[in-house]
Design a protein around this ligand. Sequence first.
Ligand code: ZN
Length: 543
Amino acid sequence: MLQPRARLRPVRTAICLIALSLVTAAPIVAQSVAGSNAERMPTLGDASDLTSAAERRLGDSVAREIYRDPEYLDDPVLMDYVNGIWQPLLAAARLRGDLSPELAERFAWEIMLVRDRTVNAFALPGGYLGVNLGLIAVVSSRDELASVLAHELSHVTQRHISRLISKQGQQTPWMIAAMLLGILAASKSPDAGSALIVGGQALAVQSQLNFSRDMEREADRVGFGVMTQAGFAAQGFVSMFDKLQQASRLNDNSAYPYLRSHPLTTERIADMQARQAPGVAGSEPIALTLEHAMVAARAAVLANPGVDALRAMQALADGIALPGLIAAKQAGVLYGAALAASQLRDFVNAEIYLKRLTLLVQADASAVRLVHLLKAEIALTAGDAARAAALLSAPALGLVSRAGPAGQTAEMRRPELLLRAQIALQSGQGAPVSNTAAIKAIAQDLQTWLVVHPHDASAWQLLASVYAVQGQSVRAIRADAETQVARLDYAAALDRFKAAQELVRQQRTNNGGDGAADHIEASIVDTRQRQVQALLKEQALDR
Ligand SMILES: [Zn+2]
């Protein structure tokens, strides 16, 4: 306990840890060295903390690299589940006054999933929060996951990150972003290989970017308040702590990078025990739900895409011990096995697991929904778009009419919407005429969705494909440009907007005139082109 911290935690990192490829970090480091221009540096603050605007811009530049990383994953089912926890936490933090309206407005407050089997979550500048699939796979309840997210959220709302970064003094934001990315790259899963190359460099900088023990205790305290205010069970905080303690005793640091950034100091454990007292000690452990078990299984499968791991998931469902487990555990095993089987293109067995799963979950609406989505997903993977479409049609989802405010029907929930778009695109291949109605409907639904969620890159990307299938080239290029905007890559977006403008010019020359619709589209492209040009200029100033 009294040993120097460096000896206790040789690989301790600050902004918690993540797995990112070396590929993303290296070019940034190079650029930042070449372009470090202290006199052009914006407000890193001469006295106290980084301003929220500067922190957001810094976060954006880190997020942009993460979006480009092949390990970044927007899985709509997992995102939906995690967001279902994250949004109430944000609301609670606002209600308690931990999150100011100014910061709520200024920061991104966005979850980024990372395809890494190790247990980790990490707060980045500007309200971005990274979550490894390994963490989702290992928690036993929404409440446990909420306790980790609330802790990380509190690092951001308590401005711990801005304080750490302010301490960097003369460094340009661009340099700090490079440091963060170096740390992230160095903390990649041991099995990811290449990352160790930057290890030395990252080690040199990370000692300057550690959260202090006091910051960790504050994040525990505020996070606990936020999660219980949001309605999550305090027991989740306790059981997550127990889980980490157990892993810590087993010295399982390589599987739990979270432990390296969040060592269980005696102070934290004492705080935890004090918190346990009011009504939590001795209370029943939180029961595993069908829904949670299936979501955790999905995360485990997606985090381990290798053939051997997929076969092992399948083998669990064939084991003789399965019927002896509680229903939720069985559901998790069967869900994982069905998804794994379909990824191995073993659709016969996938079907068998799905049948067993359906019988198991039928009394639980949220579990039924997940199984329904999985069935449609597997039908699509098997190439049966018609069956997939039927599974996600209005009657199948228990809808009579599609009327109602946008975004409120079951069809318009994000996982359903994005899957319907993929299905429409796949069934459109080779038979564009027969599928016109489905394509038209999904184009409309995606547009409606994007009015409310303009930063949804995956939705923009699907809309671009839908427009392309419809032969609407200018719109397709514009939607593609918006995909890049949503991923904060303004340079790539600008290229595409210019390409769209060029296409408009060509079409006008060829047709010798233009229709009203073209006119509107062309003016949207012009406006967006100018806006993105301005954003790009701002970004350049940050270097
Ligand atoms: Zn922490």
